[in-house]
Design a protein around this ligand. Structure first.
Ligand SMILES: *Cc1c(COP(=O)(O)O)cnc(C)c1O
Length: 813
């Protein structure tokens, strides 16, 4: 990119203020953590609920950034950099993209729909890249911010664009259309439901179709209801399984593959696809129809479609051998996605040492020398400890890069590298599919059994934002990560939230807090059940105690005196009715005496805990607790002349009693996707999915029994599957014997017989599945809530009982 600052002011309709009106811009950033050539960066200070770009500007000026798009010039920065002042920085980013898009003129394909956008985009990229230099949206950058950023990636070498657009409410597509300016439209599958944000399904479809207002042709599956909503002038090119479509398709399935018979323009030809599921088949047909439109021959179409592969849409974080953390991105290698992967590495690295294993980089549109110079710059700016380059080109082009280890092929690397050369480092594995880096992942991945608890970090952020939206913007949030983050992994949750606005973390015991500190978490941490034996360690690790009794406080003060601490933050717990820990009313006087004129400790907050915030039949009792809290804490504040934070609400409290939010709330179970209230649950996303695989399938004849104590008797011939997960993994034994079920390929399979220590058996009669297929123990279905209700317990118990031997895998889209 090369844009001159003088063009920016009119393009953004901005007011310019700054010392250097004459500068060259060569990249755009919205994220202060991922900057490269600082002097050439144009930084858009986007606002947001959690982070506001404006607050990072002084630090960015120190790092050499000189051009900012802002709504106001932050205090003390005027004159130190160029500012483009606008009313909305998001609109300015979009206006910039419109301006930038206008500098280029080549065919652009735009994709929208409810599902399949990213897959179709990735596949088209694969199918067309032998013939074009393609610019495409990285990952699923399809939002109001993602689309402009995608378009800004265009450079003078590109000759085809493929961009996806997604919307969540009316009015959004009108903004994306002029940014993409597509010539060819593709509508993928449209779901039957209408999403939140739209009144009806028709409204949703009509909004999506606005993307195609100016296209020359729109490709879609023949559908009269949808076509009726099209503005009349749009030319369509349709496909369908029935007569009447421009491209007529018939499909038959073979083991593992699908054969399509295509009738188009009077000729017939066959295409074989290497998969059978309906969604992938539909997406592949969409790609094929686009190739027909672009004039590809039947032979080329048949040849290339046979090579389609499953697309991994997310970067996966996995446990590696010898304490390593792996970031698996073994499906693509282009400049744009390398940039994203390196930013992801920066945010998710768990070790000081970082290694990048990188294949030849493709599809950038740059000349080889220029491209690798950019790659080298990118790697250097991320301070990577060592780079292993695999491929002829990268081996040659990066030969002079410090700590660079070249290999010609993946096989050569695997033959020469010993597993012991990797330890306690974070390894990004990024390679084009043809390099088969999945084999490197297998080599470096910790070998455990196939049961995993998958944690969706996007859902964690979504759930956090749901509760935030119900609170005043200034209310602080403590996130409870006790008991390994309710089983989901306290460190990873804390890390994932470290870029959100989180004020405190809550743990139960000091060692949980120490583990977080050792992993580099710097957020303030409260220890809820501190034991006096751990006080010194807590001070050393900057952990703040809950103080619940005079005896505990004396002991903490004694330690503070001995260690010469002053104003050490403490948190006073009041017992307003839970009768667990905390000061009761008649103990407040003693507390006041201990704290008055005491400089060793400082009361950072006063809090209490509700015993029945989830149960509205106890509304009166809860309100009484809140009233006591209000009165007692006010009394303490007046007597001690202090003004600490106050907090009493847990998840259900936030939901049911937002009026009692004071200055902070303590969010636990809701963050992990479990609401106690049915309506609340609808707004939450599942965080943990416990999965395993089918180890063996067999037929059990009528009259035979299954499992210990012969508790299941087959009434007829029954097909069963054995799964390698049992009560030692934390599956309640009471969930067996027909009570519980697992989900296999979308179908319910009842658990039969008694659950064993490490295994359980399910009835899969009539379900199409194979050994090695995935079985979902809980997640969307059954949900933890459903399990808990059926077992007469609470979701908290199920989540926190999942054994630590179950591997946790974290992902982020
Ligand atoms: C665990 C805990 C919470 C969080 O409760 P949830 O119901 O999971 O939101 C809040 N406060 C205290 C003192 C806790 O122990």
């Amino acid at each position: 990119m090369s844009v001159h600052t003088t063009h920016i002011t009119p393009a953004l309709n901005a007011r310019f203020n700054g010392p250097q009106p004459d500068m060259e811009i060569d990249n755009v950033s919205i994220d202060s953590r991922s900057l490269q050539n600082n002097a050439g960066t144009l930084f858009f200070a986007l606002g947001g609920q959690n982070r506001n770009g404006h607050q990072f500007i002084p630090a960015l000026i120190d790092k050499g950034v000189r051009n900012f798009v802002v709504t106001h010039i932050p205090d003390g920065t005027e004159g130190k950099a160029n500012f483009f002042v606008v009313d909305s920085t998001l609109k300015a980013l979009q206006d910039f993209a419109i301006y930038y898009r206008g500098l280029y003129n080549f065919p652009v394909i735009a994709i929208t729909g409810s599902n399949g956008k990213t897959i179709v985009k990735e596949w088209l990229n694969y199918l067309l890249s032998p013939d074009y230099n393609i610019i495409r949206s990285p990952k699923s950058y399809n939002s109001q911010v993602g689309v402009p950023l995608s378009v800004i990636g265009i450079n003078e070498h590109h000759n085809l664009g493929i961009f996806e657009a997604g919307i969540s409410t009316v009015g959004e597509m009108e903004k994306l259309e002029p940014i993409i300016q597509p010539n060819i439209g593709i509508l993928t599958h449209i779901g039957a439901a209408h999403d939140e944000g739209f009144v009806s399904r028709e409204e949703k479809i009509a909004e999506k179709l606005k993307l195609f207002t100016n296209v020359d042709v729109l490709i879609l599956q023949k559908n009269e209801a949808i076509e009726a909503l099209l503005p009349f002038q749009i030319k369509t090119f349709t496909w369908g399984f029935e007569a009447g479509a421009d491209v007529q398709v018939a499909k038959t399935q073979d083991s593992g593959s699908t054969i399509l018979s295509i009738v188009y323009n009077g000729s017939i030809f066959d295409v074989t696809l290497p998969f059978t599921d309906d969604t992938s088949v539909e997406n592949a047909i969409t790609c094929m129809v686009l190739m027909l439109h672009m004039g590809y021959s039947h032979t080329v179409i048949t040849e290339r479609l046979a090579g389609l592969y499953p697309v991994e849409l997310r970067l996966q974080v996995k446990n590696g051998i010898n304490g390593c953390t792996l970031i698996d991105d073994s499906f693509s290698s282009d400049y744009q996605s390398l940039k994203i992967a390196l930013d992801f590495l920066e945010q998710h690295k768990t070790h000081q040492k970082t290694t990048v294993i990188l294949s030849d980089v493709f599809q950038s549109g740059f000349d080889t020398g220029v491209l690798y110079a950019k790659v080298a710059k990118l790697l250097a700016s991320h301070n990577i400890s060592q780079v292993i380059g695999i491929g002829e080109t990268i081996s040659r082009e990066l030969a002079d890069f410090p700590n660079f280890y070249p290999y010609k092929t993946t096989q050569e690397f695997l033959a020469h590298y010993r597993a012991s050369s990797f330890s306690n480092e974070t390894v990004l594995i990024k390679g084009a599919r043809s390099f088969r880096f999945d084999e490197i992942v297998v080599f470096l991945e910790e070998k455990t059994h196939e049961t995993v608890l998958e944690i969706n970090l996007n859902s964690v952020v979504h759930n956090l934002n749901f509760y935030k939206s119900r609170l005043k913007p200034e209310t602080k949030i403590m996130v409870m990560v006790k008991a390994f983050g309710y089983g989901a992994g306290s460190y990873e949750i804390a890390k994932a939230l470290s870029h959100q606005k989180i004020d405190y973390l809550g743990v139960a015991f000091a060692d949980e807090g120490i583990a977080l500190r050792n992993a580099g978490i710097s957020t303030p941490i409260i220890v809820m059940n501190p034991e006096s034996s751990a006080f010194a360690a807590m001070a050393a690790y900057n952990l703040e105690p809950e103080i619940y009794s005079a005896r505990e406080l004396r002991s903490f003060i004694a330690m503070a005196q001995q260690k010469n601490l002053s104003s050490y933050p403490i948190h006073i717990k009041l017992d307003t009715g839970m009768h667990r820990l905390g000061f009761q009313e008649n103990q407040l006087a003693e507390l006041i005496t201990l704290l008055r004129n005491n400089n060793l400790v400082s009361v950072k907050s006063i809090f209490s805990h509700l015993s029945a915030s989830d149960d509205l039949q106890f509304r009166d009792f809860t309100q009484e607790q809140i009233a006591k809290f209000d009165a007692w804490s006010s009394h303490l504040m007046a007597e001690l002349n202090i003004n600490p934070l106050r907090h009493i609400l847990n998840t259900s409290g936030i939901y049911n009693y937002p009026e009692a939010q004071y200055n902070m709330v303590r969010l636990g179970i809701g963050l992990y996707g479990v609401g106690n209230d049915a309506t609340e649950r609808q707004s939450l996303q599942t965080v943990g999915t416990l999965k395993t695989i089918i180890l063996q399938i067999k037929e059990v004849p009528a009259g035979d029994s299954v499992g210990y104590s012969r508790r299941f008797m087959a009434g007829h011939t029954t097909t069963i599957a054995t799964l390698p997960i049992g009560y030692a993994d934390g599956i309640p034994r009471a969930w067996g014997n027909g009570k519980g079920f697992v989900t296999i390929g979308g179908h319910k399979a009842n658990i039969i017989g008694s659950i064993c220590m490490d295994m359980l058996m399910v009835d899969i009669t009539g379900i199409d599945c194979r050994e090695g297929d995935t079985a979902i123990i809980f997640g969307d279905s059954p949900s933890v809530v459903e399990m808990a209700q059926s077992l007469g317990t609470i979701p908290y118990e199920i989540l926190t009982s999942i054994s630590q031997r179950v591997k946790r895998v974290f992902f982020k889209e």
